[in-house]
Design a protein around this ligand. Structure first.
Ligand SMILES: C[S@@+](CC[C@H](N)C(=O)[O-])C[C@H]1O[C@@H](n2cnc3c(N)ncnc32)[C@H](O)[C@@H]1O
Length: 236
């Protein structure tokens, strides 16, 4: 029976793909790749392009526009899930590739929910990937957790009070999706006297990787969606 594989392709460096991810991508009949904007192409696809044989494998780039209101995206998830289900019904193995890990804030999870509800008979296998969080921690030399320390991972879009509470309660805080709210988050860090304790990492693992410890220099700039902030309380 054909299977849907949700495969994490790591943060950007093809060498950070697992051997299992590479094997499953090479063997698949269909590769589905998400993109936030049709003209931008799929970042996940660019990571694995070298493992794909387009003469033998179908590549479906699926559009999920970046809307504030997730409700508005329902028709896009539905259509993507239906496209996957059609291929499965034809006996084809489908791989859905996602940046980092498929079960950590990934686009795939929206489709996963629909597949479970609408097509419960379809077999699904999750292939974990190296999350951008792990790669950002490694490249910046900032460990995520030591001994009994507590780690929080959350979208930076939370209100200031929630961000402050989290920064006070946890030893390491990873703020995803920070690009659009960076200035506000920086102001929160400054208020807590923590503005020197963070690192901003952009497109880790790719040729466009950037690591910034001077957060003030980023205020007022237009930042890349594929970036995060790691804030740690204690030095090693
Ligand atoms: C939808 S989430 C995807 C997370 C992904 N599933 C993972 O495990 O890394 C998108 C957010 O992940 C982070 N991200 C993903 N890839 C990144 C990269 N290469 N470099 C830095 N941050 C990245 C950014 O915070 C971005 O806003």
């Amino acid at each position: 029976m054909a299977v849907v594989y949700a495969v994490g392709v790591g943060p950007g460096d093809p060498e950070l793909l697992t051997r299992k991810a590479e094997r499953i991508i090479r063997q698949a009949d269909v590769i589905c790749a998400p993109t936030g904007a049709a003209e931008a192409g799929s970042y996940a696809l660019s990571i694995v392009e070298q493992f794909i044989d387009r003469s033998r494998q179908e590549v479906l780039v699926q559009l999920f526009p970046m809307l504030k209101d997730q409700q508005g995206l329902d028709p896009f998830w539905e259509e993507a899930a239906d496209q996957v289900a059609q291929r499965i019904a034809a006996g084809k193995d489908v791989v859905f590739i996602t940046i980092g890990d498929p079960f950590l804030y990934s686009t795939y999870l929206y489709i996963h929910r629909i597949l479970l509800a609408k097509y419960p008979e379809i077999a699904i296998e999750i292939v974990p990937g190296i999350s951008s969080i792990l790669a950002a921690s490694a490249v910046s030399g900032i460990p995520l957790g030591l001994g009994g320390e507590r780690i929080a991972i959350l979208p930076a879009t939370y209100e200031n009070e929630e961000l402050k509470r989290t920064l006070e309660e946890f030893d390491t805080v990873v703020l995803m999706k920070v690009s659009r709210v960076f200035d506000r988050v920086y102001a929160v860090l400054k208020e807590l006297g923590r503005e020197k304790g963070g690192v901003f990492v952009r497109r880790v693992g790719s040729g466009d990787e950037e690591v910034h410890f001077d957060l003030e220099a980023l205020v007022g700039k237009k930042l890349d969606y594929l970036s995060m902030l790691i804030v740690r309380k204690n030095q090693l």
